[in-house]
Design a protein around this ligand. Structure first.
Ligand code: BTN
Length: 263
C-alpha cells in the first residue's frame, strides 16, 4: 500500500499518539459503558486510549434512539477514549472512518474468507449481517474536537440472536471460533491505534480511500427508502461531513444524514 500524506484540514505539526498510559476498566454490569466513560472524563483527566468495558449492559445505547442488546459475557461491549484535538470539529467524520476501518481490519483478520464491509456510516457487516455497531459521542471545544468516546459493540461468542437472526451475526456464527473477550478488546484497540496514528501523521486520504474501498454497495444500484419514498439509485460516496451521496436513477444527486435513508 502506498501512503499519501495530506495536511489539508488539520494541524501541520507532528502529533504524538500513545495509548501506553491507558487502562482498561472492566465492569461486570453497568447501564452503558459510554455513559460511564462520559461521567469519568468530565470529572478527571484520563489517559488517551482508556477503555471501559462491561460484561453486561442494562441500558446499552445504539445510534439515534436505538438500544444495543448483547448476551451476558459473550461479546465485546466497550468504550474507548480519544483526544483528537488536532482535528477540526467539522472534520470529525474522519474519526468514525478510522475506527470503522480499524475494526474492519480486525474482523477481516479473523474471518479471511468472509465478505467484510462497512455499511455507512459505521456498521461492520459480515456476509451481509451486522457484527459490529459504533456509537461515537464527541465533545467540542472552540473549533476543535476535545474528546471522543467511541462506544463499540461487537458480537464475538453469541450464537443466537432470536428475531434478529436474519440480520445479526458473530465471529462464532461465521467461523466456529470462541474468542477471549478481553484479548479481543486489546487487539481491536491496537487496530484502531494503527489507523489513529496514520491520521496523526497526516495520512488522512489513505483512511478515506480504505473506507470507500470497503463501503457496502458503493457504485452498485440498489433500492433506498427515505421519507416514505422508495427509489432506485447508486451510492457514489460520502462527503467530508459524513453525509451519504446517492445518485438516483433520474440522475438527481441526493445527500443524506444518518438515519435519513434506509437500505
Ligand atoms: C449502533 O449500531 O446502533 C451502535 C451500537 C453501539 C453499542 C455500543 S456497546 C458499548 C457502548 N455502550 C453503549 O451503550 N453503546 C455502545
Amino acid at each position: 500500500m502506498s501512503y499519501h500524506r495530506s495536511f489539508i484540514t488539520f494541524a501541520k505539526k507532528k502529533v504524538m499518539i500513545t495509548f501506553n498510559n491507558a487502562t482498561h476498566i472492566r465492569l461486570e454490569e453497568t447501564g452503558s459503558t459510554n455513559s460511564v466513560l462520559l461521567e469519568m472524563v468530565k470529572k478527571e483527566h484520563l489517559p488517551e486510549g482508556t477503555i471501559v468495558s462491561a460484561g453486561y449492559q442494562t441500558a446499552g445505547r445504539g445510534m439515534g434512539s436505538n438500544s444495543w442488546t448483547s448476551e451476558k459475557g459473550k461479546n465485546a461491549t466497550f468504550s474507548l477514549l480519544l483526544y483528537p484535538s488536532f482535528i477540526k470539529a467539522e472534520d470529525q467524520f474522519i474519526i468514525t472512518q478510522l475506527i470503522s476501518v480499524g475494526i474492519m481490519n480486525w474482523v477481516k483478520s479473523l474471518l479471511p474468507g468472509c465478505d467484510v464491509v462497512i455499511k455507512w456510516p459505521n456498521d461492520i457487516l459480515v456476509n451481509r449481517k451486522k457484527i459490529c455497531g459504533i456509537l461515537a459521542q464527541s465533545s467540542i471545544l472552540g473549533d476543535r474536537l476535545q474528546y471522543i468516546i467511541a462506544g463499540i459493540g461487537i458480537n464475538l461468542n453469541q450464537s443466537n440472536f432470536g428475531e434478529l437472526d436474519q440480520f445479526a451475526t458473530s465471529v462464532l456464527c461465521e467461523s466456529g471460533q470462541q474468542l477471549d473477550v478481553d484479548q479481543s478488546i486489546k487487539e481491536i484497540r491496537e487496530k484502531i491505534y494503527d489507523q489513529y496514528t496514520l491520521l496523526a501523521e497526516g495520512y488522512i486520504e489513505n483512511i478515506q480511500k480504505e473506507y470507500l474501498r470497503v463501503l457496502h454497495l458503493l457504485n452498485e444500484e440498489h433500492i433506498f427508502m427515505s421519507n416514505q419514498e422508495k427509489f432506485s439509485g447508486t451510492i457514489k460516496g460520502v462527503n467530508r461531513f459524513g453525509q451519504l451521496l446517492i445518485t438516483d436513477n433520474h440522475g438527481r444527486s441526493r445527500t443524506y444524514n444518518t438515519k435519513e435513508v434506509l437500505y
